[in-house]
Each structure stands twice: as structure tokens, then as C-alpha cells.
Ligand binder design. Structure first.
Ligand code: IPM
Ligand code: MG
Length: 368
């Protein structure tokens, strides 16, 4: 049998640096766990624009559709700020999401015990925190038409459209309920049904899917602004949060920071299953390209490494190996390994991106 295939799109800024550590870990699984992947590298974002004049070449798009999973680093940077909207680095990522139909974006916010002091919230509020945001990723205001900047009388008007069909809400709701059953069995759905029709429909469809097929899961609804407030007031009340594309963008940054550093959080974006039962899938850290620290060896590779752990679990049915990798990360944090983003008030000397890779590989060796 041939090896499963991975397409690596390291992208811009710190993307290539953190992905460099992930490729070492992929190699480790090939050598030590008999889990070899066929890996191909390509360009996305500003890196692709520099070479091809587009943030995602058609050939790369085709490869992404073929691959068993895509691993992405980060896109964007100040160098590209002045580019036309249609070729901005972010458009490359949005095209991947749309054409791979990755409608369900899983963003876990988990607090590692060793890092509980790093949160801006009190330790007791976040110790042991384990929530999962399920963000709809292929529709809503990110893609709705009409959109654009138009002339209206003697001034211009900027328009975006929040648009959701029943089937779009239905399928992402199902993915949240399925996930909840494997966790704490609770879903809180967030929208703005008090001011938006799309929110009214969202609430109705989520409730309908629940009543028909997931009555065993505990479901609640919350307005998204209240949800933001509750996330910083008492985050442990949540298990799975189900929400739309734009609210999910905002709420997931908020939830991520509860855990102390954006450098820690992975994500998985999943589509409908292929013929072989595997969903189309893209894995990426929640953090961005961090131009301020690019090229300095300071970046924390953990979010990207944990994204590969999610790939092992959700694309390759290797839950035990995913746990092995997550435990290795937990171990090095407990032992005090800290990149610069994880330096607390007590100070100390941070380790580099590569050194973080070294200690995680050593912890993996020790797990055998
Ligand atoms: C995210 C990012 C993206 C988004 C950007 C880079 C287009 O903020 O993945 O959360 O807005 O979805
Ligand atoms: Mg975001």
C-alpha cells in the first residue's frame, strides 16, 4: 500500500520556521512508528505571490484537492499590505477553504497545567480548561454576495452580505454534535438572532437537527456578544461552541488567548468525506505569520506541531499517536521548556524554535 500524502504549505513569516520543526516530527513518525507519509512542499500566500503573482497557483490548488491532508503554516505580512485585495496573501487561504469545501473548523482552546499562570485570567478560571470552537468556514459574510465597494450618489458604500442556507447550517451543526458526543456532550450555539435574520434561521436549524438526530446532546443558544462576555467570565461552562464564520473568527481568538499564548493553539478544517471515508482536511496553527519575530528563531512551533497531531487524529485515524505527540508537548512544558512567547514574570532564558523541536523529539523518543 502506498503512503498517505501530505501537502505542506509553509507560507509566510514564521510559517517556514515552525513548519521546519513539524517536518522533523513527521520524519520521526516515519522512522520510529512505521507511519511514513509522502510529503510534498509548495507555496501559498505572499510566497506564492512573489513567485507566481497569485497567492495560490492553480497547480497548488489541484495538489491540495488530491492530498490526503494539507498542513499550512501562516500567510501574510507587511510587505503585502498594499497589494490589491484580490491577490492579498489571505485570499490564498480563503480559496483553499472554499474550494476544498472545509466547512467545519475545529479550534480547541485547551489550557496546559504548566501554563495556567500565563493567562490574563485568574488561574482558577482556566486551569483544566478544554473547549472546542466549531466555526463554519465556507460561507457567511466572508463569502456572501453582493460584496464590494460601490458608488452610491456622491459617495461610496462598502457592502458585505451575511448569508446562510439551511443546508450549510445543518452540516456544520451535525459536525458539532458528533464532536460533542466524543467529549463533554454539550453544545452552545452562538449567533445574533436578536438582530439578524440569518441568526434566526441559524438557531432554528440547529435546534431542528438536534431534536431530530442528537436529542442526547445538551444544547443551548446564546447571543454571540453574551458568548464573548461569558468566555472571559466563566470559560469552563462551555464544552463545544458552534458558531458562524465571522463570530467564530472573533470568538476563537478570544478563547485562544485564555490559554496564555496564541503560539499554542492548533486547528483543523474539515470537509465532507471523500470516497475513502477521509474528510478533505487542512491543518494550521491559529496564530498568524508574526512578522515582528520572523527569521529570529524565536517562534513557538507548538501550535503547528499540535496541528499535525490533529491531522493524525482526524485524517489518519491515529488517535493514539496523536496523544503520544500531545503528551510529549505537555511533558516538555512541564519540564520548563519555554519559547519567548511563554516567558512569564519570573524571567529566564527562552529556547529557540529549533531547541523546542529538539526537546519534543527527545520526549517522543522517551515515550517509546
Ligand atoms: C483566521 C484568520 C483568517 C480569517 C484570515 C487570515 C483570513 O484570522 O484563520 O482566523 O479571518 O479567517
Ligand atoms: Mg482569525
Amino acid at each position: 500500500m502506498s503512503n498517505p500524502t501530505l501537502l505542506i504549505l509553509a507560507g509566510d513569516g514564521i510559517g517556514p520556521e515552525v513548519m521546519g520543526q513539524v517536518t522533523r516530527i513527521i520524519d520521526w513518525f516515519g522512522e520510529k512508528r512505521d507511519l511514513a507519509f509522502d510529503v510534498e512542499h509548495d507555496l501559498v500566500g505572499g510566497a506564492a505571490y512573489d513567485k507566481h503573482g497569485t497567492p495560490l497557483h492553480d497547480d497548488t490548488m489541484a495538489k491540495a484537492l488530491e492530498a490526503d491532508a494539507v498542513l499550512l503554516g501562516a500567510v501574510g505580512g507587511p510587505k503585502y499590505d498594499a497589494l490589491d485585495f484580490s491577490v492579498k496573501p489571505e485570499r490564498g487561504l480563503l480559496r483553499l477553504r472554499k474550494e476544498m469545501d472545509l466547512f467545519s473548523n475545529l479550534r480547541p482552546a485547551q489550557c496546559f497545567d504548566a501554563l495556567a499562570d500565563f493567562s490574563s485570567l485568574k488561574k482558577e478560571l482556566i486551569a483544566g480548561l478544554d473547549i472546542m470552537i466549531v466555526r463554519e468556514l465556507t460561507s457567511g459574510v466572508y463569502f456572501g454576495e453582493p460584496r464590494g465597494i460601490f458608488e452610491e450618489g456622491n459617495e461610496r458604500v462598502g457592502i458585505n452580505t451575511q448569508r446562510y442556507t439551511e443546508s450549510e447550517i445543518d452540516r456544520v451543526a451535525r459536525s458539532a454534535f458528533e464532536l460533542a458526543r466524543r467529549r463533554g456532550n454539550k453544545v452552545c450555539s452562538m449567533e445574533k438572532a436578536n438582530v439578524m435574520e440569518s441568526g434566526i434561521l441559524w438557531r432554528e436549524v440547529v435546534q431542528r437537527v438536534h431534536d431530530a438526530d442528537y436529542p442526547d446532546v445538551e444544547l443551548s443558544h446564546m447571543y454571540a456578544d453574551n458568548g464573548a462576555m461569558q468566555l472571559v467570565r466563566a470559560p469552563k461552562q462551555f464544552d463545544v461552541i458552534l458558531t458562524d464564520n465571522l463570530f467564530g473568527d472573533i470568538l476563537s481568538d478570544c478563547a485562544a488567548m485564555l490559554t496564555g499564548s496564541l503560539g499554542m493553539l492548533p486547528s483543523a478544517s474539515l470537509g465532507a468525506p471523500n470516497a475513502d471515508g477521509r474528510p478533505k482536511a487542512l491543518y494550521e496553527p491559529v496564530h498568524g505569520s508574526a512578522p515582528d519575530i520572523t527569521g529570529q528563531g524565536k517562534a513557538n512551533p507548538i501550535a503547528c506541531i499540535l496541528s499535525f497531531a490533529m491531522a493524525l487524529r482526524y485524517s489518519f485515524d491515529q488517535g493514539e499517536e496523536a496523544t503520544r505527540l500531545e503528551k510529549a508537548v505537555e511533558k516538555v512544558l512541564a519540564d520548563g521548556a519555554r519559547t519567548a512567547d511563554l516567558m512569564g514574570e519570573e524571567g529566564g532564558t527562552p529556547i529557540s524554535t529549533t531547541e523546542m523541536g529538539d526537546v519534543i523529539l527527545a520526549a517522543l523518543d522517551a515515550s517509546l
